[in-house]
Design a protein around this ligand. Sequence first.
Ligand code: ZN
Length: 129
Amino acid sequence: MTGLEADFDKARKLYPGTKRGLVPEFENFRRKYRMKGAQFVPLMVPAIESQIAYRQACDRASMWCPEWPHFQTWINNQRWTDEMPKIKTNAKRIDKCQYCDAPATIRLDIKGARCSKPDCVNKFNGIEG
Ligand SMILES: [Zn+2]
């Protein structure tokens, strides 16, 4: 295995989406980029790391986020060049019940978050206790 292939494999292993084995993925990469591939490989791990972080932030903010494409698609579209949009986050608030600050068990985009205490459930459902 060359150094390039080993570095490529680090990115492949880190990638959370659907992927095939090292041989077919590297084969596709090489066929697609030839000599240019060497300059792309070092960009892949940092890009995947920031895309993972972006998705985690999306989750915390209860924001919709596109699925990971297949690794091959990610490669063919040079997705390591993706700019991750900034997340306007009210993530702290939405992790907690909006009435009592307990960890939220239900989150809805429109109504916010609540825990499972009966009081909070009632308020959430609009039945004032
Ligand atoms: Zn509560």
